[in-house]
Design a protein around this ligand. Structure first.
Ligand SMILES: Cc1cc2nc3c(=O)[nH]c(=O)nc-3n(C[C@H](O)[C@H](O)[C@H](O)COP(=O)(O)OP(=O)(O)OC[C@H]3O[C@@H](n4cnc5c(N)ncnc54)[C@H](O)[C@@H]3O)c2cc1C
Ligand SMILES: *[C@@H]1O[C@H](CO)[C@@H](O)[C@H](O)[C@H]1NC(C)=O
Ligand SMILES: *[C@@H]1O[C@H](CO)[C@@H](O)[C@H](O)[C@H]1NC(C)=O
Ligand SMILES: *[C@@H]1O[C@H](CO)[C@@H](O)[C@H](O)[C@H]1NC(C)=O
Ligand SMILES: *[C@@H]1O[C@H](CO)[C@@H](O)[C@H](O)[C@H]1NC(C)=O
Length: 537
């Protein structure tokens, strides 16, 4: 306890960290003392006066005690069910599955020590929690806790620059449009999301694919440091030189190590861009896939280009829509010439600032629907990529009767320059290597309207991927990596990082969080031991 107090005292004063002292908690770690150190006297909280520990408490009892305690300490920062603050929270997720979750209460911290207190009160009572940044994860419970505490970072939304403007310090309550809007007056941006309302919080911890990734890599490879609340409520800063193991783990390991209260991201220059969606009929698909592969292969020649291709069906017509983005205001760069020579049914390309770009893309992704994202990765093989598209169209009749269903398969490249940047600052946890050559990230996304159709949609995608993966294996182009930020609740991205990385992540979690608080009291997302949902459907 003395050691903990010492560290806690230091960190509470100014986020100062002592790299040579372990932040690991002692066997006799005392949650009440840790709370007291943060100014919260457990025995003065009415709801906790007769509370003797987690054992034999029901979830309901635990969470009513936890929420009453938060309310006692923080007042209006806590919203109970049937209040405006609560419905603002539940009503503003991207997917309906997340909106349907009813937490016991919603807590909106404004400073890092309040996050520490929430984590410690969860531990003290045994009430589960979840944390939300942008709320773009699609499935039930990913960033809102059923019956538990939902921590909403909304009000921790500062964006500040350091003196030489090389690093932006970004609160976890920011969406990418708020980050880009704050940095635009300086001619700067950060490597971040491609649609306006995506949150900084989840995006960076799972990887983070940006318009700028062929120049700088994924978002997680452009982090100077993270300010993190550990399971014992300590606030430490993890960087390449301070707690480097934690810094490595947070770059792909998701929410398993702590709650990040500040993302210190390297800034990049951000001139005006050019781009939009160029849409093709099925007669052109073969040529579109050829162009897609050529752009991937040219990524080291010209990193300004970024692309993804979505295959979908609109009113019975099969279409490929290629989002072609250039991070300079150049209308017809060499790298996109092949695409531009393919006859298109429409093309929305124009000059756009980054802020305009993410606002334009936002309109492709409406709120208020049931949603799933479900990815795999494969090695690059042109015939196989054509086969997958044909197979997709042959199987979508399975969801033809699903009300409002819009199944789409999207192809992206994890290119050689992106893979090379994954060794930045000591590397990340994703387990990807440039030596394998570029890989293809493919994901199926679907929205629909009726809960009674959930299993039909999940079964369709699952059977489609079963077929695709079997074919990939027979051709030797299968790959284990699963992108966490797109993963469905039935997938286990950490297993796909490889046995060695998974073992190392577990060791690091054990060091910083020996009681496995972030694994057990925060169960709703991808854990080190597996998928959030293991039932078959
Ligand atoms: C319309 C749309 C567009 C997208 N575009 C892109 C894109 O261009 N590139 C890309 O790579 N991905 C993209 N994604 C996927 C996106 O990266 C993920 O959905 C990501 O999880 C979103 O982060 P969030 O903060 O909004 O999500 P949230 O649902 O708030 O969080 C996701 C998970 O991260 C955890 N988390 C959030 N904040 C913190 C924190 N501060 N500390 C610890 N854990 C935290 C949450 O607890 C939750 O488990 C897109 C998704 C959608 C729906
Ligand atoms: C709910 O959201 C609205 C619109 O953003 C805002 O004006 C209002 O103050 C919010 N209410 C609470 C209680 O947070
Ligand atoms: C599809 O058909 C509907 C109904 O006929 C029509 O309202 C809609 O505009 C069509 N969409 C497109 C993209 O053509
Ligand atoms: C890209 O790839 C194609 C096909 O291999 C090639 O013809 C083209 O010149 C390449 N270069 C650039 C800069 O795009
Ligand atoms: C949802 O599904 C149920 C059961 O199949 C059906 O009765 C209902 O009409 C559907 N609702 C909508 C809006 O499609």
């Amino acid at each position: 306890m003395h050691l903990w107090s010492f560290l806690g005292g230091i960190s509470a004063i100014g986020g100062v960290t002592l790299a040579h002292v372990s932040p690991s908690e002692m066997d006799n770690f005392n949650i009440a003392s840790a709370l007291e150190h943060l100014g919260v006297e457990v025995w003065k909280i009415p709801a906790l006066q007769s509370f003797s520990g987690v054992q034999s408490r029901s979830t309901e009892n635990a969470c009513s005690a936890a929420c009453a305690s938060l309310n006692f300490v923080f007042g209006s920062k806590v919203s109970a069910q049937d209040t405006a603050g609560y419905s603002n929270f539940t009503g503003s997720f991207w997917s309906v599955q997340q909106e349907e979750v009813q937490p016991h209460c919603v807590f909106r911290p404004t400073v890092n020590t309040e996050v520490s207190i929430a984590v410690l009160l969860s531990r003290f009572t045994g009430c589960e929690f979840a944390a939300r940044s942008g709320g773009h994860a699609a499935f039930t419970g990913a960033s809102s806790s059923p019956g538990g505490i939902s921590i909403w970072f909304k009000d921790m939304n500062e964006v500040t620059l350091n003196e030489d403007k090389s690093v932006a310090s970004i609160g976890p309550g920011n969406s990418w449009v708020s980050v880009y809007s704050a940095l635009e007056p300086y001619g700067l941006a950060a490597v971040g999301g491609r649609a306006a309302s995506i949150g900084v919080g989840g995006f960076v911890l799972g990887g983070g694919i940006s318009y700028h990734s062929n120049l700088y890599g994924w978002a997680c490879d452009n982090v100077e440091s993270f300010e993190v609340v550990t399971a014992s409520g300590l606030i430490i800063t993890a960087s390449e030189s301070s707690y480097p193991d934690l810094y490595w783990a947070l770059r792909g390991g998701g929410n398993n190590f702590g709650l990040v209260t500040k993302y210190n991201l390297y800034t990049i220059p951000c001139p005006e861009m050019y781009g939009g969606a160029r849409t093709f009929l099925q007669t052109e698909f073969k040529e579109v896939i050829n162009a897609f592969i050529n752009v991937i292969n040219n990524a080291s020649v010209d990193g300004h280009a970024q692309q993804y291709v979505a295959f979908l069906q609109v009113n019975g017509t099969n279409l490929a829509s290629a989002e072609l983005t250039y991070t300079l205001n150049v209308a017809n760069p060499e790298i996109f010439k092949q695409y531009r020579s393919i006859p298109a049914v429409s093309d929305t390309s124009s000059s756009k600032t980054l802020v305009q770009y993410v606002e334009y893309l936002e309109t492709d992704n409406p709120f208020g629907l049931r949603e799933v994202y479900w990815p795999i990765t494969v090695h690059m093989d042109e015939d196989f990529l054509n086969w997958v598209v044909k197979t997709f169209y042959s199987m979508i009749p399975q969801v033809a009767h699903v009300s409002g269903a819009m199944p789409v398969i999207i192809y992206q490249g994890i290119t050689e320059p992106i893979l090379k940047k994954m060794t930045n600052y000591g590397g990340n946890a994703l387990g990807l290597k440039a030596s394998t050559g570029p890989i293809i990230l493919m994901h199926v996304s679907c929205w629909w309207t009726n809960e009674s159709d959930d299993n039909t949609v999940y079964e369709f995608i699952n059977s489609f991927w079963d077929k695709v993966i079997a074919q990939a294996k027979s051709l030797g182009v299968d790959n284990d990596y699963i992108y966490m930020n797109y993963a469905s609740m039935f997938q286990d991205p950490v297993a796909g990082y490889g046995d060695a990385n998974k073992a190392l992540l577990k060791k690091i979690a054990k060091n910083y969080d020996p009681a496995a608080v972030y694994q057990t009291l925060q169960p709703g997302y991808f854990k080190l031991n597996g998928a959030p949902v293991t039932d078959s459907f």
